[in-house]
Design a protein around this ligand. Structure first.
Ligand code: ADP
Ligand code: ASP
Ligand code: MG
Length: 442
């Protein structure tokens, strides 16, 4: 069994959907196909939700009408038979009737907003499986809402997912292709919820782990993980092999090709993850495993924005024990993960990416420490590789490359795989380019 996930651009046009069907049936392995929404759909659904919240029902209807027309044209081009087209139009009518019914609901709650945003994956998977059925393929659609669960902390309930999914699969043992939705799930109240933006990758990995798949393939619009952010840096190249640790760091620190949590379930069960390009299916892509053959000193760089830096001074000596515990208890209390930490004798600086409880955190820290003003709009640049503790020169190369960039924080040494640098977001692009030129051979 394998899990193949196709992202928004891979299903975004009828001809792309046709070519992913070819890919899926050409390879004879039994597989679970996880689909995202068609590209642009999730954004449109969020826009509709926003308009409803603002009581702008005309605007909501305008976006709905445009989106519906897009799907109607999609269906006409995708299916070949009158029967197929009729079935496709029926799917669209049902889902868009539901979307339309949300417009005048007041108050429009978070629960309804989540139901609305789930429509993208519900549409793409129904359209795709009906298309495969039209072609006579041995396919079945298993709804993710029947097995994908998160707990009150938004963490996946691994045991429940495993039990429910394997149960559903055993009822479909004669099916070669199992289609399901990425991104969407149910929360402890049984309501429709999701795994956050880009969450279909995470779905694929959770499924791959739960079914002990032989491989998880993430199909997207680029030939694997690049050594640097291709949206920002001019000369980037695909990295052919990554360890789970390297890939997890890159995903967590901003490499958009993977949802930040994707690697964890795969690593837990030792399932390899392969990143592939739908537009170039024969390109090797990137293979992520626990035993990388060619180890690089510097593998890749990623960057994460919207970081806040908090500077905390102990009113006594920092190494008076208990101070750091008190600091971290505050972050724990407000369920706010800390990304970077640096210390001096009397001060500690930390970064967070979720400012939701920042005011409360600030107030509570101020009760036992002096705070300097926070730095907002910061970016963490994460350099990933294999930094052997006894190897000289790596830090020098990084610092040399950043000679013209004001650096706020540096964290190095906690792991052999990561060096993190904090810069103002306005300096991020320049820093990524400079590191690219300074650290990689072209
Ligand atoms: P999908 O819709 O298939 O999930 P995404 O847009 O989420 O695709 O992810 C693929 C995109 O990630 C690429 O088009 C690329 O612009 C971006 N990206 C950012 N950093 C990297 C990186 N280091 N390597 C490859 N792609 C990256
Ligand atoms: N459709 C969702 C999003 O746009 C999930 C995904 O594409 O992975 O965020
Ligand atoms: Mg994505």
């Amino acid at each position: 069994m394998q899990v193949w996930k196709f992202g928004g651009t891979s299903v975004g046009k009828p001809e792309r959907m046709k070519s992913i069907r070819n890919l899926v049936i050409e390879d004879k392995t039994r597989k679970i196909v996880v689909l995202s929404a068609l590209s642009g759909t999730t954004n449109s659904l969020l826009e509709i939700g926003e308009a409803i919240k603002q009581n702008e029902s005309d605007q909501a209807h305008a976006v709905i009408t445009k989106l519906k027309a897009h799907y109607q044209a999609f269906i006409e081009e995708l299916y070949t038979t009158a029967e197929g087209k009729a079935k496709g139009q029926k799917i669209i009518k049902k889902e868009f009737d539901f979307i339309g019914s949300l417009v005048n609901i007041s108050p429009f709650t978070l629960k309804q907003d989540k139901e609305l945003v789930a429509q993208g994956e519900l549409l793409s998977t129904q359209i795709f499986s009906a298309y495969m059925e039209e072609a006579g393929d041995n396919v079945v659609l298993i709804p993710a809402l029947d097995f994908m669960r998160i707990d009150a902390d938004n963490e996946p309930e691994l045991a429940t997912i495993e039990e429910k999914l394997n149960n559903l699969l055993s009822q479909q043992s004669d099916k070669q292709i199992i289609v399901t939705q990425g991104f969407i799930c149910r929360n402890p109240r049984g309501e429709v919820d999701n795994l956050k933006r880009g969450g279909s990758d995470y779905t694929a990995s959770l499924i791959g782990g739960a079914t002990r798949s032989e491989e998880i393939q993430i199909w997207t619009d680029i030939d694997g993980m690049h050594n640097n952010d291709p949206r920002i840096v001019k000369r980037t190249f695909p990295v052919r092999e990554l360890s789970f640790e390297e890939a997890a760091e890159l995903a967590y620190f901003g490499a958009k090709i993977l949802h930040p949590s994707t690697i964890t379930p795969a690593k837990m069960r030792g399932v390899p993850v392969r990143l592939k390009n739908t537009m170039e299916p024969n390109a090797p892509g990137t293979l992520i495993t626990s035993n990388v053959k060619n180890v690089n000193e510097i593998t890749a760089i990623a960057a994460k924005d919207n970081i806040t830096a908090i500077y905390i001074h102990s009113t006594r000596m920092l190494n008076a024990y208990g101070f750091l515990r008190r600091v971290f208890e505050v972050f724990e209390k407000y369920k706010t993960p800390v990304d970077m930490i640096t210390t001096s004798e009397v001060s500690v600086a930390v970064t967070i990416d979720n400012p939701e409880n920042l005011d409360l955190i600030t107030e509570e820290l101020s009760q036992f420490a002096d705070l300097e003003p926070h730095d907002y709009n910061q970016s963490i640049i994460c350099i990933v590789g294999n930094f052997m503790a006894d190897k000289a020169g790596i830090a020098k190369n990084v610092i040399d490359a950043l000679i013209d960039i004001p650096v706020r924080m540096i964290a190095y040494g906690a792991s052999e795989h990561n060096m993190s640098i904090l810069v103002d977001t306005k300096d991020k692009s320049k820093a990524l380019e400079a590191l690219n030129e300074g650290l990689f051979k072209f």
